[in-house]
Design a binder for this molecule. Structure first.
Ligand SMILES: [Ca+2]
Ligand SMILES: [Ca+2]
Length: 295
């Protein structure tokens, strides 16, 4: 993952100084070293049923906090990628029991004073469960000039029931990227704005706002069909590598195709950047793909 990220930040950051630390900035990101880099309240390290590697962090029961202050030395006003893996326990009755989880990136100056909020992700109660391993991915704002540290924080609320109210966190990434997100309305928070339906099937994917994977909105369909978005990339240097990332949940035996095509200025297809098929999405399974595509 570090290699993939360092390729992504080959970074001339839109004309600004290059970052010299284009790697994961988080220390002990997968908790494998049992290190003291993480500051914790009501958490413990566990080695059973682990998301990634041999060790993960367990938050709860009840409210819990996990954070780390990460040095931004060598990071020059890039917008870092933020990612982590999460799942939750089920209670004795076998019901989903997860509580709210909030992940935040906070910019601090060299005296650890608050400068601003780089990112806030809210994972609603009930979204995490024990059979889906979800990788959350987002991008922060550009690192402010006077920021010296980033505080990577996870805050857990209280679950529906008191028993087994646990959330598990693993493999946390905060890594500089060369550019900002280029997909518009990628989280479907603004209905289906910027997403175009294939003309023969307008009902393929509609906007919905209940039980979204991240934040409040998502797109859903019961039918065959596709939605797409044309994204302008001529302002990026040639051979820029791209990361494509998304969350998906299937109910029943369904499959999903993903396609990235390169178009010329008049909209004519001139090549395929990526073609993937995710077969048999199983009920309540959520997966996420990180794919590099070069133009
Ligand atoms: Ca781990
Ligand atoms: Ca969303």
């Amino acid at each position: 993952m570090d290699c993939l990220i360092s390729c992504l930040c080959g970074c001339d950051c839109e004309g600004k100084k290059k970052c010299t630390r284009c790697v994961n900035l988080v220390q002990d990101p997968s908790f494998e070293s049992y290190s003291f880099e993480w500051i914790t309240f009501n958490t413990s390290l566990t080695d059973t049923n682990v998301y990634e590697g041999a060790v993960q962090m367990e938050l709860g029961p009840g409210t819990a906090t996990l954070y780390q202050e990460v040095s931004l030395r060598g990071v020059n006003e890039c917008p870092p990628l933020f990612s982590f893996g999460a799942f939750a326990s089920t209670n004795a009755a076998g019901q989903e029991n997860s509580s709210t989880l909030i992940a935040e990136i906070i910019w601090l100056d060299e005296n650890f004073n608050f400068i601003g909020l780089g990112l806030r992700m809210m994972i609603p109660a009930g979204r995490l469960n024990n059979f889906s391993r979800i990788t959350f991915v987002s991008q922060t704002d550009v690192v402010p000039k006077n920021a010296a540290y980033a505080r990577v924080t996870f805050t857990k609320g209280v679950g529906f029931a008191q028993e087994d109210d646990l959330i598990y966190i693993d493999y946390v990434i905060l890594a500089p990227m060369a550019y900002r997100e280029i997909v518009k309305n990628g989280g479907f928070e603004a209905n289906l704005n910027n997403w175009v339906a294939e003309s023969e099937n307008l009902v393929a994917f509609v906007s919905a706002y209940d039980e979204s994977l991240v934040d409040s909105g998502h797109a859903v369909t019961n039918f065959n069909g596709s939605r797409y978005q044309d994204i302008y990339i001529r302002h990026l240097p040639q051979k820029t590598p791209f990361l494509l990332s998304f969350g998906v949940e299937g109910q029943g035996q369904v499959s999903l195709g993903v396609l990235v095509e390169w178009l010329n200025q008049s909209g004519k297809e001139i090549g395929t950047g990526l073609m993937a098929s995710i077969p048999n999405l199983i009920y309540k399974t959520v997966s996420l793909r990180n794919i590099l595509a070069g133009n």
